[in-house]
Design a protein around this ligand. Structure first.
Ligand code: G6Q
Length: 543
């Protein structure tokens, strides 16, 4: 990463953007569109089958030029190259960051500590494919000889959110004879509900955990083993009903899973960047090895685009810069991700981890406290559902919420009536947000005076519309890599390390202390604050 001597907000590029914001920050999209009849076509980039329309953003050509200069000055290109090369850019954990190697083509070479990791990636992919085929065609049978019909993925965080999201997104491509369930929460309700209608003789558990020590996952895995053995009786059944995805062979075999049924990955794959590794085993079983390869190929195309395309036509860079523009200059606190595609219903949740765990940081890579805003809050729900819920605030509330609309031209279900209406709605929302409805228009329509303020839409609410062809495995790969690299772009400019997550540790440590205090038979001596002490006492009394 480029050595930065000046604080970010004192750099010439930042200062110029501040001045530019003062000049154009208040400009209305109505005016920007009125002044330039071609704006809607000009401010759109078409790449890799994604039509990325950013014309409804509060930017001019000059804004984009200045933002691109900021990215260049921040050394985004060199930083990306260093990541792709396998340099140990995750310096707080001393690790390379190589989720891109997971989709590198056979025959290429990426060195970590002098060793080419690409053959290892493909060796695991081959083993996964072999296993997935056997489960899919019924030749992998359970302990009693019955084929597997249910796959339960047990994992949490990065070992859950990607797999669930991808399964839901690509359900159309999934093996319809197999049921997929995902268990993550330590709350026993999650496991109990997931298996309540399943037969252990036909059920395969994938225990997905990089460390194989995560409290939630190991607790759920042990409960799953007890649940299965209650019916299957013989401990040898574990080998047929449990497989592991992990980097920790020792813990896997201690659990009783044959390491022949373990699919590995490596410390240079971060949890939230791991859905294309063996963590995607459930995805591969669902959609089949060929579709999984197509998903990897889609992500790879986006990797190449990110590395090569000029910044003003580079989708991840543009997306990152637009987010930064509102976050740092307009003071926007959140970004709404609104897929007009029901299969992407878990995409916002997946993105929350990707974006917020990555860039929710308060110090720079070298440990200096930051005095500007870093990662915004991401949230969202699929359209059109959100329209009947929270869109009111986006249209008429007091907060500025840039929106990412994601929509596809084709509907694999071929329910044309539905699809036209779905698409009409997303286009309408972006239009309404940008242009609103002015007072004069309402008066012309004869709206009563007292209602005019309530019915006015100020507009000037920014959004990106991403129009893609169809939600295929390849399209999903592109979309995920698009957001991954946009997070990277922002992280490089904000000078943070997007690849660690120390902020999740403190709570784990404190829970480890409180757990025994809740369980203990005798009254424990409590040394927390008075609020926590009172809560513990009340719970102990009532449980
Ligand atoms: C992601 C985080 C975190 C992690 C989970 C599960 O980047 O590291 O969400 O994925 O805590 O960890 P294990 O896979 O080790 O169980």
């Amino acid at each position: 990463m480029a050595k930065n001597t000046k604080p970010l907000t004192s750099t010439e590029e930042w200062r110029t953007l501040e001045a530019h914001y003062r000049k154009i920050g208040g400009a209305h999209l109505r005016k920007l569109f009125a002044e330039d009849a071609k704006r809607g076509e000009r401010m759109a980039v078409s790449a890799l089958g994604i039509y990325f329309d950013y014309s409804k953003h509060r930017v001019t050509d000059e804004t984009i030029r200045l933002l691109v200069k900021l990215a260049e000055a921040a050394g985004v290109r060199a930083a990306a190259e260093a990541m792709f090369r396998g340099e140990k850019i995750n310096i707080t954990e001393g690790r390379a960051v190589l989720h891109t190697a997971l989709r590198a083509p056979k025959g290429s070479s990426i060195l970590v500590d002098g060793e080419n990791v690409v053959p290892r990636v493909h060796a695991v992919l081959d083993r996964m494919s072999d296993f997935a085929r056997k489960v899919r065609d019924g030749s992998w049978v359970g302990h009693t000889g019955k084929p597997i019909r249910n796959i339960v993925n047990i994992g949490i965080g990065g070992s859950d959110l990607g797999p669930v999201m991808a399964y839901e997104a690509l359900r159309h491509y999934s093996h319809r004879g197999l049921n997929f369930r995902f268990v993550s929460n330590i709350d026993g309700a999650d496991f109990a509900e997931a298996v309540q209608d399943l037969n252990p003789k036909e059920t395969l558990f994938i225990v997905a955990s990089k460390t194989f020590t995560t409290l939630e996952t190991m607790t759920n895995a042990r409960t799953a083993r007890d649940w299965a053995l209650k019916v299957l009786k013989d401990p040898a059944a574990v080998a047929k009903h449990f497989v592991a995805v992990s980097t920790n062979a020792g813990e896997v075999s201690r659990f009783g899973i044959d390491t022949a049924n373990m699919f590995g990955f490596w410390d240079w794959v971060g949890g939230r960047y791991s859905m294309f590794s063996a963590i995607g085993l459930s995805t591969m079983i669902a959609i089949g090895p060929d579709n999984f390869q197509a998903m990897l190929a889609g992500a790879r195309e986006m990797d190449e685009h990110f590395l090569k395309a000029p910044f003003e036509r580079n989708l991840p860079v543009l997306m990152g810069l637009l987010g930064l523009w509102y976050n740092n200059f307009f003071g926007a606190q959140t970004i709404a991700v609104l897929p007009y595609a029901q299969p992407l219903k878990r995409f916002p949740a997946y993105l929350q981890q990707l974006t917020m765990e990555s860039n929710g940081k308060r110090v720079t890579v070298d440990g200096t406290a930051i005095d500007y805003q870093t990662g915004p809050v991401y949230w969202g729900e699929p359209g059109t559902n959100g329209q009947h819920s929270f869109y009111q605030l986006i249209h008429q509330g007091t907060k500025l919420i840039p929106c990412d609309f994601i929509v596809f031209s084709k509907d694999p279900n071929r329910l044309a009536v539905h699809h036209d209406l779905l698409v009409a709605n997303v286009f309408a929302q972006a239009e309404a947000l940008a242009f609103g409805k002015a007072e004069q228009e309402l008066r012309r329509e004869g709206v009563e005076d007292r209602l005019v303020p309530h019915k006015t839409f100020a507009g000037n609410r920014p959004s990106t519309t991403m129009l893609m062809d169809e939600l295929t495995p390849s399209a999903l790969g592109k979309l995920v890599a698009l957001y991954e690299h946009s997070v990277f772009t922002q992280g490089a400019i904000w000078r943070v390390n997007p690849f660690d997550q120390w902020g999740v540790e403190l709570g784990k440590v404190l829970a480890g202390r409180i757990g025994p205090e809740l369980e203990s038979e005798t009254e424990p001596e409590l040394a927390h604050d008075s609020s926590t002490n009172a809560l513990i006492r009340r719970y102990r009394k009532n449980k």
